[in-house]
Write a protein that binds this ligand. Structure first.
Ligand code: ADP
Ligand code: MG
Length: 348
């Protein structure tokens, strides 16, 4: 539930960000609709003066379909493809849709690229910590020790015919760090196929900008300040036709004895990652890649994370550190405007 807060610049209304109402107004401003999906507020705003009226609902229907296939929220779904895969761990492969096979395969690819900092098989650890649920707690070290061997993307197999197999009971897939990105990409594809040229997709802070603003200028997208008590912005960046996704320790967490335990776990330690970053924002051509990468580099930290970003053509990043410095990848130099007076831009 990253909330990069976007704003559409003065020309188009200086305000608005999340409107939680379901609406589709046309006369003044964009056609905008918000639904609660993927555990968050998802908003599509279309700025074209005319476009097929069904386009927005078709995009949302597609997002619902993705959610129904991949959610592991058992209070909402009795059964999904991923729940089925996890329940059959150690027993048998499970045939899944192309969607699920693609997201899991992409998850494995990003796990490889990030040397396991991003790990699609993180479910048993997520379950153990229960962060954001009523059973959240700090597990005892032996519990973490016992769980760690179950988390290993190399043990996940996706075989032909989209059959996914987890070889040991207790293993499990969690696409929480990547599925929202996939849903954004699919929504963007549907809007573009409907001929839409100017739109913003914001699924709980996973943002995709289609085209430019109507006036031909780039979108100005705000990156949320990593301090959870503040709703203001860390920085603003101008983008066109790109995805932007943030991960941070401020999204979902609980505190115990003054320590913050947040929802991005380091598969190497089994603990909430402590890499020295407070937020990692990734910009790229696709939201699925930006989503996986933002989680990955948040775990990897400044040096390794930046090295990974620099090695990947098309992807850029903005990192904020615990000592309140902001680092920007080479392709973004000079394109990020720092707004937070309590942070400084580091020359990297
Ligand atoms: P958000 O859910 O806030 O949008 P992320 O995209 O960073 O943020 O995803 C965090 C979610 O990803 C967690 O809630 C959990 O489901 C899952 N997750 C946590 N740690 C990892 C990890 N190291 N690798 C892959 N997924 C993770
Ligand atoms: Mg992510």
């Amino acid at each position: 539930m990253k909330r990069i807060i976007y704003f559409i610049a003065a020309a188009l209304l200086s305000v608005l960000v999340f409107s939680l109402t379901i609406s589709c107004s046309r006369d003044s401003g964009p056609a905008r609709e918000t639904r609660f999906l993927l555990g968050t507020a998802t908003t599509i705003s279309v700025f074209d003066s005319s476009f097929p009226s069904q386009a927005i609902s078709r995009a949302f229907d597609r997002v619902s379909e993705i959610q129904e296939r991949m959610s592991i929220n058992e209070s909402e779904y009795d059964d999904t493809e991923i729940l089925e895969v996890n329940r059959n761990a150690g027993l048998s492969p499970v045939a899944v849709s192309d969607d699920t096979a693609l997201v899991v395969s992409e998850g494995i690819r990003w796990a490889e690229l990030s040397s396991g900092a991003f790990d699609i098989s993180i479910a048993p650890l997520v379950q153990l910590w229960g962060i954001g649920t009523p059973r959240e707690r700090v597990p005892a070290p032996p519990e973490i020790e016992e769980t760690l061997p179950l988390v290993n993307y190399r043990r996940v197999s996706v075989r032909d015919g989209n059959r996914i197999f987890l070889p040991e009971e207790g293993m499990g897939i969690d696409v929480g760090g990547i599925a929202k990105g996939y849903a954004v990409d699919e929504a963007a594809r549907i809007l573009r196929e409907a001929g839409i040229q100017h739109a913003l997709i914001d699924f709980g802070g996973d943002i995709f900008t289609i085209g430019t603003r109507v006036d031909g200028k780039p979108w100005r997208i705000g990156v949320q300040h990593p301090s959870s008590v503040r709703q203001d912005l860390l920085a603003v960046v101008e983008i066109v036709d790109l995805a932007i996704v943030s991960s941070g320790d401020y999204e979902r967490y609980f505190e115990q004895n003054g320590i913050r335990y947040h929802h991005i776990l380091d598969p190497a330690t089994g603990m909430p990652s402590r890499s020295g970053l407070t937020s990692a924002t990734v910009i790229g051509p696709d939201s699925i890649g930006a989503d996986a990468l933002s989680t990955a580099v948040f775990v990897m930290g400044l040096d390794d994370g930046m090295e990974l970003i620099e090695s990947l053509p098309g992807y850029e990043a903005i990192f904020a550190t615990t000592n309140r410095r902001v680092y920007v990848s080479s392709g973004l130099q000079g394109r990020v405007e720092l707004l937070a007076s309590d942070h400084e831009l580091a020359d990297s």
